[in-house]
Design a protein around this ligand. Structure first.
Ligand code: FES
Length: 160
C-alpha cells in the first residue's frame, strides 16, 4: 500500500519539487536488480527503484514532452530488446505517470510499457506505440556495477 502511494505520488513530487539546491550530491547510484543484466532474455524488462536511504533520484539523460534532460525519476526499467540493453526512466513522456511492463499475451501481441493514466504505450525500445504521448521514454545513463546483478545509474542524493 505504502509503495503504491509513493509510486503514485512520485511524478507529482517531481513536478512540484524545486530544482535541487547546491550541495546535494550528484553521481552514480548503485541499484541491485532482481535479474542480472547478463541473464536477461530478449523481451525481458526489470523494474528498479531509486535508493531511499538516503532518498535519491535518477537523472534523465534525454527526453521530450513532460520529460527532459536533467529531470528526476524515482524508478526505471532495464530492458533487453533485440540483443540490446537499454535503461529507461519510468516516467511517461505525456504527463509523467509511471509506466508498467505489459507482457505479450492473447489480445496484446506486443510487449510494451503501458501508462495507466491516459493510455499511452511504448515499445520495448522506448519509442511511442500509442499516444497521447508524442515522445519516447527517457534514457538513464548507466554502466555495469561490480557484479552482474548491480548497475550504476546517474542520479542525485536528495538527502531528505
Ligand atoms: S501521463 Fe501517460 S498517458 Fe498521460
Amino acid at each position: 500500500m505504502t509503495a503504491t502511494v509513493i509510486t503514485g505520488l512520485a511524478p507529482i513530487l517531481v513536478y512540484f519539487w524545486p530544482a535541487p539546491p547546491k550541495g546535494q550530491k550528484k553521481g552514480p547510484l548503485h541499484v541491485a536488480l532482481q535479474t542480472p543484466v547478463d541473464q536477461l532474455q530478449d523481451g525481458d524488462a526489470v523494474k528498479f527503484d531509486a535508493p531511499r536511504n538516503p532518498n535519491s533520484a535518477f537523472i534523465m539523460a534525454d527526453g521530450g514532452g513532460d520529460n527532459a534532460p536533467g529531470e528526476l525519476a524515482f524508478g526505471g526499467f532495464v530492458v533487453k530488446n533485440q540483443g540490446k540493453v537499454n535503461v529507461f526512466a519510468i516516467n511517461c513522456s505525456h504527463l509523467g505517470c509511471s509506466v508498467a511492463l505489459a507482457k505479450a499475451a492473447p489480445g496484446h501481441p506486443e510487449a510494451s510499457f503501458d501508462c495507466p493514466c491516459h493510455g499511452s504505450r511504448f515499445r520495448l525500445d522506448g519509442s511511442v506505440l500509442h499516444g497521447p504521448a508524442a515522445y519516447p521514454l527517457s534514457h538513464l545513463s548507466w554502466k555495469q556495477g561490480p557484479n552482474p546483478s548491480e548497475i550504476e545509474v546517474e542520479g542525485i542524493v536528495l538527502g531528505f
